[in-house]
Write a protein that binds this ligand. Structure first.
Ligand SMILES: *Cc1c(COP(=O)(O)O)cnc(C)c1O
Length: 383
């Protein structure tokens, strides 16, 4: 029976426990497994290599992403590390010009040391992507909406260009989740995630994923997952499975709240700039609408010069100043000194991540309470 999206969130992957009838996949808190004789294991050998709780989650994320093979990792960056380990010295990646700070850091300070290098490109500009491709480029790595400016890249169009030149396309789908966007079905080769964010959804578990369709690519990634070892623990796998069950209802509320708050910000007179791809005025609006089922719940904005953003952060009462995003509670952050501090100031400035930029992860509280808090904090920050 083929299930639609909301049912798949609850019944996708490996549903329940065949042995006992438990409606939830048990937490197989074990490092190793009894073998019945030499070479006679029961399909499980060692929990770095494979664990039934993790395997249930891996199957679930593969189903949700319309992929064939899922891999769960101890963090989003562990997933990204493993995916980047597909490449070898001399290889080059094209990366979107605003990406998660940690992704930039691992490229710039880890993989570059192994001569796996990157070119920063505005991937919304298809011509720029095509022009940046040369023999050394092996993959295009995109985030859409990108972090923190919510820039939209046309996944299908970039995938067509990449395919023509025989390059891989990797998409970080953290901001929208497979509930809203499925890059593999738009032509991407690898999807990566920080499951820490919306998939877990409760700001209580660090996790990451990679999902692919292609068997050869999956085999290579499973090999690397086991060889590098950054796997997700059984208990954390259970927590993410639990989080995913409510992903649909959470995302619906997240997106409705974000839409309301973005429109309020535009009308408020408090801001000089609002970045939200759900606004008709946003340059990415049409592509976003075409390739995803919603614009997500991340909003970035700049207060106009009557207000002091540093004071604003201190005056918030409901919305919490913290790293991270995608939890049920609204969080706000200052990209220049927090999530994107790893990006050198000149690079930040050149892509538009100004010091005054505020990033809001809209939670599932009542939108009016979030608006009231933003309003009082902005008013209290008047210079
Ligand atoms: C948080 C995040 C990551 C890194 O994930 P961790 O789970 O923190 O390691 C990668 N990409 C994006 C878009 C993120 O928001």
């Amino acid at each position: 029976m083929s299930l639609s999206r909301n049912s798949l969130l609850i019944h996708g992957g490996i549903d329940g426990d065949e042995k006992t009838g438990a409606v939830n996949v048990p937490v197989y808190q074990t490092s190793t497994y009894k073998q019945d004789g030499l070479g006679k294991d029961r399909g499980w050998e060692y929990s770095r290599t494979g664990n039934p709780t993790r395997a249930a989650l891996e199957k679930l994320i593969a189903d949700l992403e319309e992929g064939q093979y899922g891999l769960a990792f101890a963090s989003g960056l562990a997933a990204i590390d493993t995916v980047l380990s597909l490449f070898k010295s001399g290889d080059k990646l094209i990366v979107s010009d605003n990406i998660y700070g940690g992704t930039f850091r691992i490229l710039d300070n880890v993989f570059k040391n192994f001569n796996i290098t990157y070119k920063i490109v505005n991937t919304s500009d298809l011509k720029a992507v095509e022009e940046a491709i040369d023999d050394d480029v092996k993959a295009v790595y995109i985030e859409t909406p990108a972090n923190p400016l919510l820039t939209i890249t046309d996944i299908e169009a970039v995938s067509k260009i990449a395919k023509k030149h025989n390059k891989l396309v990797i998409v970080d789908n953290t901001f929208l989740t497979p509930y809203l966007q499925r890059p593999l079905s738009l032509g991407a080769d690898i999807v990566v995630h920080s499951g820490t964010k919306y998939l877990g959804g409760h700001s209580d578990t660090i996790s990451g994923f990679a999902v692919v369709k292609d068997k050869a690519l999956a085999d290579r990634l499973y090999y690397l997952q086991n060889a590098i070892g950054g796997v997700l623990a059984p208990w954390d796998s259970f927590l993410i499975i639990r989080g995913i069950k409510t992903l649909g209802v959470r995302m619906d509320r997240h997106v409705a709240n974000a839409d309301k708050i973005a429109r309020w910000l535009v009308e408020s007179g408090f801001v000089s700039k609002v970045y939200y791809p759900g606004l008709e005025s946003d340059p990415g609006y049409e592509i976003q609408k075409k390739q995803a089922d919603g614009a997500g719940a991340m909003i970035s904005f700049v207060l106009n010069d009557k207000y002091d953003y540093k004071v604003f952060f201190e005056k918030l009462r409901l919305v919490t100043l913290a790293e991270s995003l995608g939890g049920v509670e609204s969080l706000v952050c200052h990209p220049a000194t927090m999530t994107h501090a790893a990006i050198p100031a000149d690079v930040r400035k050149s892509v538009g991540i100004v010091d005054e930029l505020i990033r809001l992860s809209v939670g599932i509280e009542d939108a009016d309470d979030i608006i009231d808090d933003l309003r009082q904090a902005i008013e209290a920050s008047a210079k």
